[in-house]
Design a protein around this ligand. Sequence first.
Ligand code: HEM
Length: 129
Amino acid sequence: MDYLAIRSFHETSVALSVTGFALRGGASLAGARWVRGRVAKTLPHVIDTALLTSALMLVTMLRVNPFATPWLLAKLCGLVVYIGLGVVALRPTVARPVRAAAWVAALAVVGWIVSVAFTKTPWGLFALI
Ligand code: HEM
């Protein structure tokens, strides 16, 4: 399969995942009910599965070990933090200010992951300072 096509698929999944999370987080904080609906709960799993599958395909095609490649390891760690903050941000039982802080922090972390992807250093945008 074509590497560039898979990378485009990966980038598209990233864009959909981040846009979806930003919308769901904002709507959840505003008290919107659609956030608890079936589509809003199922679709993110489909998109995130596509994101991770394409990431695995890319590392397989590049023949790199993500645990021995600092910028990929940084992305993996960032992904775990992004998911954890995302869970807090969308959990209705958590206090609203905490959810708001987690939502902003999750968006900042995913922004940093994107900068790691482009700079290919574990520092990401901090490497540019
Ligand atoms: C939320 C998580 C992620 C985000 C936001 C993200 C973002 C991106 C972006 C924007 C690119 C395009 C970079 C470019 O065109 O130079 C990219 C490429 C790539 N990503 Fe991800 N990614 C994520 C997760 C992962 C994970 C978990 C892995 C594997 C450990 C991974 C592996 C790769 C690889 C191998 C490339 C191709 C690099 C290249 O061809 O130059 N990504 N990612």
